[in-house]
Design a protein around this ligand. Structure first.
Ligand SMILES: [Mg+2]
Length: 206
C-alpha cells in the first residue's frame, strides 16, 4: 500500500451539517408556509446549476420562490438558509488534528453553491482544516461525477493511491475508488479514526 500523503474530504455530513438539504428545505417550507411540492419541483430543476456555480443565490431564489410576491423578504429567507449550517465538533477535531500535524496535504472536495460555500468557509474557519477547496461552485463539476476528482488529482499532482477521500455518501465514493483513491465512508467520528489508522494515517490521538 502506498503511503498516504493527501487527505481529501467532503464537508457537509462530515464536519458540518449539510448546507441546504431536504430536511432544511422541509423546515423552510413550514417556517415560510411554502407549498412543498411546488418549492421542491422548482428546487430540483434549479439546484444543479446553483450547486455548480452557474447561477447566483439571487437567481436560485428568483426561480424557486420570488417568481411571485411573498410575505417574507429575500434577506429573511437567506438568513434562514445560512442558519442551517452547524459544526460537528468531533469529526472536525479529527481533521484539524491531521491538518495541525502538517503531515498531510488537506483538501476539501465538496458540492456547495458559491454563497453558502463562502459563508461556511468563513464562519467555521475552514481554512484551518483545508489548504484548498475543490468545491463544485469553483470547479463547475459535482460529485458523484469523475471530473471533480480528476481535477483535484491533476491540480495537486497526486497519484490516486497516495490519497484518501472521505464522504458520508457511498455513491460519492464510487468514482474516486475506480480512479484508485483510498476511500472512507464516513459514519461516525470513532469509525473515522479507526479507518484512518487502518490506512496508516498518523496524528490521530484521542
Ligand atoms: Mg456529504
Amino acid at each position: 500500500m502506498a503511503e498516504i500523503t493527501t487527505v481529501f474530504s467532503d464537508i457537509g455530513g462530515v464536519i458540518l451539517t449539510n448546507g441546504w438539504d431536504r430536511g432544511s428545505r422541509r423546515e423552510a417550507a413550514n417556517t415560510f408556509h411554502l407549498n412543498w411540492e411546488e418549492f421542491q419541483d422548482r428546487h430540483d430543476l434549479t439546484f444543479p446549476a446553483f450547486d455548480a456555480g452557474q447561477i447566483t443565490l439571487n437567481e436560485y431564489l428568483d426561480r424557486t420562490l420570488f417568481y411571485r410576491p411573498r410575505s417574507f423578504t429575500r434577506e429573511a429567507f437567506t438568513a434562514f438558509m445560512f442558519a442551517q449550517s452547524k459544526e460537528y465538533p468531533e469529526a472536525r477535531a479529527i481533521l484539524d488534528q491531521l491538518a495541525a500535524s502538517k503531515e498531510y496535504f488537506m483538501g476539501a472536495i465538496n458540492n456547495e453553491p458559491l454563497e453558502l460555500n463562502q459563508y461556511r468557509i468563513e464562519t467555521f474557519h475552514l481554512k484551518r482544516t483545508f489548504l484548498v477547496f475543490f468545491s463544485s461552485c469553483y470547479v463547475r463539476a459535482r460529485k458523484p461525477d469523475e471530473a471533480i476528482f480528476r481535477f483535484a488529482l491533476q491540480v495537486t499532482q497526486r497519484a490516486p493511491g497516495e490519497c484518501v477521500f472521505i464522504d458520508d455518501r457511498p455513491l460519492n465514493l464510487e468514482c474516486p475508488q475506480r480512479l484508485g483513491m483510498n476511500v472512507i465512508h464516513y459514519q461516525a467520528p470513532e469509525q473515522l479514526r479507526t479507518e484512518l489508522s487502518k490506512l496508516g494515517i498518523k496524528a490521530v490521538p484521542r
